[in-house]
Design a protein around this ligand. Structure first.
Ligand code: C2E
Ligand code: CA
Ligand code: CA
Length: 749
């Protein structure tokens, strides 16, 4: 047996001979008509003829058949390689070889992986019928003896197997579709990728439905608001519309049809299918599918599953947005948090004119918390939020930017000193308590220029700080001057920080003498800062800043180390009686590790504690006398001396001075320098000296510039002095040569 190369009358070329249309093709072939494709493989031309004749006019599920003819197993293979979607193969067993048919079956099932195509074996004689195990092994669906083929029989066999094929195909499509949907559901959780996800699923769905990827677009509606419908999935050219309102769909026909479907809440089957998937509670999805043919039940089911999934995905997006929204709100007060507030300010763009930003800080909120407990504190904040919302108007944006600091952004008329005062005018009733609150506020007008939210909030903060300088309830607008000042301070802190890191700080020493003999008794360590331009910055300008910014801690430690190192070196040079005064801030004394650091520094430098004296200002001594007493007791216990600096400028009482166990009073240089011109200055200096004498303390005069001042101080009984009359502050090397010039070591005093 061999393949018949003979061309059939309607297919002259052996490679094309496989095709023959239904015997009576319709006069005007419809290119969209779908056929069931049936392949007849037989080396007997008569069988082809008979089959063609037997199947003439057969329709299964409304479709006609299209026969493909192969005259050998080889030809069949070629055909299978190029033709898809074959429903049934009527296959002769014995062709080129006795088992050519069975080998072809194996090729179809295993090599080509075609599992759905129905294979009906046909044998010449009953004796050639394959054994049952063969049928099973080769995945053959049926076999028939050719002789038994009547027209009716053949039609029945084909009808049965085509239906089986359809079912298998539907199952397969459903399985694939469901698989796809399940797979993509997993990625639904990664919500950010939803647009891309939707795109991908839509594209694949189009593949399953066998339609162009242009042909699918889904709109979702909520609360039955068709005017607010959004595109939730779309393929091809419509893809970029995902997430956009239905109204953005440029294609009028598409837009209208989706809207109609959603409005009427039903499937529209005429002119392109638009399917309606109601989900209850006014939610629905409409899917416009341009398949160019009616969809079958399986396809509809797939679409339904798809739309449900898409909807779930978008519900997740909505939930995610809600979560984000929640995360951007203060959980207690349910107003915006600082970050979100800043975002909204930045988002204003060109709508800034006429708007004001305020930071509103409740005065002494900590006191309320302490007195009534944090629970009531929370209630107070809620009440204030409430009142603010009502007083500052519904369009004013409120935020909680700090524990008890609110942000308000709104029209300049409402967000104003009057508006803010109105909020706190009446007492607040909270948990049975009537609280009269007040608040300080810093305001910034947004009109001028495109400052960022961060800058604006900072400006408001600066204004708020100034407002808090005065009494409670202070309200200030930000001014350029205040801004410049604050900016200047920030720059200064920045510069100071890098000076500390890069060796821009140094310590100079100003000798102190016995006023009568002018013998050197010690020196005061004074900090110097040479900025990046080489200029000197006065300590008066940066010490208080360092104290406010906390930088005084590392800086103070640096001064202390430098002073002790210098002290150690001088002692090596023989100046064993030399004493060193080091200015010390309250913040330093208060820092937990201070005493340990002090002891370690002394030990490291190898100097006795008695050679060191901490100078603290009188105003410090007054501020928190009890705390200071405790802290100084520790210093004294180490053996380190204490001097009260700038004495006479504060109002410390005798009893306080006594308790503080100080060793020395330093008369402020203002009184020394005023002594010649002002009676008050002179009197004060006199009082200090007498006070010192009464308490048994040493008294040192600062700022001694002239001989008359020196003599006058001596006449008062002041024993010690420091000032330009004796020496200016000088760097370590100069101090050493200066001491050497004056000759000899310094005696112990
Ligand atoms: P202070 O402790 O009262 O220091 C004495 C100040 O008077 C020094 O100014 C010194 O240079 C200046 N002075 C000394 N003799 C004369 C004089 O005869 N006439 C005049 N007109 N002034 C004289 P300086 O160095 O500018 O220091 C200013 C202030 O800065 C110091 O006042 C002190 O309160 C603070 N300070 C300096 N160094 C440090 C430091 O290391 N730590 C801390 N916490 N404060 C420091
Ligand atoms: Ca044969
Ligand atoms: Ca001092």
């Amino acid at each position: 047996m061999h393949a018949s190369p003979d061309p059939t009358p309607d297919s002259p070329d052996p490679d094309r001979l496989a095709f023959s249309e239904d015997d009576a093709p319709p006069p005007a072939p419809d290119p969209d008509e779908r056929f069931w494709r049936v392949m007849v493989v037989d080396d007997d031309e008569d069988v082809h003829e008979a089959t063609r004749f037997a199947l003439l006019g057969l329709r299964v599920n409304g479709r006609r058949l299209q026969l493909l003819h192969a005259r050998s197993a080889l030809q069949a293979r070629r055909l299978l390689a190029s033709e898809a979607d074959i429903a049934v193969i009527l296959l002769d067993v014995v062709m080129e070889t006795d088992d050519a048919g069975l080998r072809l079956v194996r090729h179809i099932r295993e090599d080509l992986g075609l599992r759905r195509v129905r294979i009906v074996l046909r044998t010449g004689q009953p004796g050639q019928a394959p054994e049952i195990p063969t049928i099973a092994a080769f995945d053959i669906d049926d076999y028939q003896v050719k002789a038994e083929f009547t027209r009716v029989r053949l039609q029945t066999v084909l009808t049965t197997h085509i239906r089986a094929y359809v079912q298998l195909q539907a199952l397969e499509a459903t399985r694939r579709g469901l698989e796809l949907i399940v797979q993509s559901s997993a990625s639904l959780l990664r919500i950010r990728g939803l647009a891309r996800y939707a795109q991908g699923v839509v594209t694949q769905l189009c593949t399953i439905l066998g339609i162009e990827p242009e042909g699918l677009i889904c709109a979702q509606v909520e609360d039955a608001r068709v005017d607010l419908a959004r595109i939730v999935a779309a393929a091809g050219a419509h893809g970029p519309l995902v997430g956009r309102p239905l109204a953005d769909v440029a294609d009028l026909a598409v837009r209208e049809r989706l809207a109609q479907c959603l409005r009427e809440g039903r499937n529209l089957m005429e002119d392109g299918v638009c399917l309606y998937f109601g989900q209850g509670a006014g939610r629905a999805v409409a899917a416009l599918v341009n398949a160019g043919r009616p969809l079958d039940a399986t396809e509809m089911q797939l679409l339904r599953a798809f739309c449900a999934n898409i909807a779930v995905g978008f519900e997740n997006v909505a939930m995610y947005r809600q979560l984000v929204e929640l995360a951007s709100r203060d959980p207690l007060l349910l107003i915006l948090n600082r970050e979100r507030f800043a975002e909204r300010i930045d988002g204003l763009q060109h709508q800034r004119v006429g708007k004001t930003l305020a930071l509103i800080d409740i005065d002494d909120f900590a006191g309320i918390n302490d007195a009534f407990g944090p629970r009531l504190g929370d209630e107070v904040l809620k009440a204030v939020t409430d009142r603010m919302g009502r007083t500052l108007g519904g369009r004013t944006l409120l935020a909680r930017v700090g524990a008890d600091t609110f942000g308000a952004l709104g029209g300049a008329r409402l967000v104003s000193p009057q508006g803010i005062r109105a909020v706190f005018a009446e007492p607040f009733e909270v948990a049975g308590e009537r609280l009269q609150l007040s608040a300080s506020a810093g305001l910034v007008r947004l009109d001028d220029g495109p400052a960022t939210a961060a800058q604006l909030l900072l400006d408001a903060q600066i204004a708020l700080k100034r407002a808090k300088r005065g009494e409670r309830g202070g309200i200030e607008y930000f001014s350029a001057a205040a801004g410049n000042e604050a900016r200047g301070r920030r720059q200064l802190i920045h510069g100071l920080r890098s000076a500390l890191r890069n060796g821009g700080l140094s310590v100079v020493f100003q000798p102190q003498v016995n006023l009568a003999s002018e013998a050197v008794i010690g020196a005061e360590a004074l900090l110097r800062w040479q900025d990046a331009d080489g200029g000197w910055v006065a300590p008066a300008k940066f010490i208080s800043l360092a104290e406010q910014s906390g930088m005084i801690l590392p800086i103070g430690e640096f001064v202390l180390r430098s002073a002790c190192a210098q002290l150690g070196r001088l002692r090596e040079l023989g100046h064993t009686g030399f004493r060193m005064g080091v200015n010390t801030s309250m913040a330093q004394l208060r820092s937990p590790g201070f005493l340990a650091m002090l002891a370690a520094t002394l030990a490291e430098a190898g100097v006795p504690p008695q050679a060191l004296e901490l100078e603290i200002t009188e105003s410090m001594a007054m501020d928190d006398a009890e705390a200071l007493q405790r802290l100084l007791a520790g210093v004294k216990a180490l053996g380190v001396g204490v001097a009260i600096d700038d004495f006479g400028t504060g109002y410390s009482s005798l009893a306080q001075l006594h308790r503080l166990q100080v060793d020395r009073l330093k008369i402020d240089r203002a009184f020394v320098q005023d002594s010649s011109t002002s009676a008050v200055g002179a009197t004060l200096a006199q009082v200090v000296v007498e006070l010192g004498r009464a308490l048994g303390l040493a008294v040192m005069a600062e700022g001694v510039e002239t001989q008359p001042q020196q003599e006058w101080l001596l006449s008062l009984g002041c024993q010690e002095g420091q000032g330009w009359r004796f020496a200016r502050p000088m760097p370590p090397a100069k101090l050493e040569s200066w001491l050497a010039e004056r000759g000899g070591g310094t005696p112990l005093v």
